[in-house]
Ligand binder design. Structure first.
Ligand SMILES: [Zn+2]
Length: 206
């Protein structure tokens, strides 16, 4: 911490410093949060810090799919074990938050595999840096008949999806990629060419 440049108590500076490490939290947001916390009672501060410590200590990644878990397996893999989800249909995503997004749709009842990133040679993220080997091992060991690639619709996500599609096809498993629809409420004339081309190639028959 830089000393002597601030008129704030050191404890508060420390809190601001920690808050600003969080994504989307800039200096002003950190100050707003810190002053809000200051005004709350000590009991609230204790329960917040206890929750933070509990998450850090108790949440790990699922041994099978790398989603968030409190035990060896996550709740989704546990449900698949007892037949409450379709273990033959596997959806591949980049991050745990993507699972939440797909779960919100209610349109998928299979299981997941979290890559924990996407291929990006520019950022030095190569095939061995994300959970590709683990995915291929699952395809060999589990009764998975269909893989749905749901990596992000950006350069890294597309490259990762194409790379995985080739590998999975080689193993003889059916593989599909999310179709990119057009955002609702938009006009074709305002849609960029890449999105429109993707939507065209992913069109479905009626
Ligand atoms: Zn799992």
């Amino acid at each position: 911490l830089p000393e002597g440049i601030s008129k704030l108590p050191i404890a508060l500076e420390q809190l601001l410093f920690e808050l600003q490490k969080l994504p989307t939290i800039g200096q002003k947001s950190a100050q707003r949060l810190a002053f809000h916390l200051l005004q709350r009672r000590e009991k609230d501060a204790r329960s917040l810090s206890a929750a933070l410590i509990r998450v850090a200590e108790e949440i790990r990644s699922c041994k099978r799919c790398f989603y968030l878990a409190e035990d060896t397996l996550c709740p989704i893999c546990k449900d698949a074990e007892i037949g409450r989800r379709d273990a033959t249909s596997l959806c591949v995503v980049e991050q745990p938050l993507d699972v939440l997004a797909i779960e919100r749709t209610g349109a998928f009842r299979g299981v997941y595999h979290i890559l924990e990133g996407a291929l990006s040679p520019l950022k030095g993220i190569n095939t061995e840096d994300i959970r590709i080997a683990e995915l291929l091992r699952r395809l060999g060991e589990e009764a998975i008949s269909e893989v749905i690639l749901a990596t992000n619709p950006n350069v890294e996500g597309e490259a990762t999806g194409m790379y995985l599609a080739r590998l999975i096809q080689k193993q003889g498993t059916k593989v599909s990629r999310l179709a990119y629809g057009l955002p609702m409420g938009t006009h074709l004339e305002y849609t960029d060419a890449v999105t429109l081309a993707r939507a065209l190639s992913g069109r479905s028959s009626l």
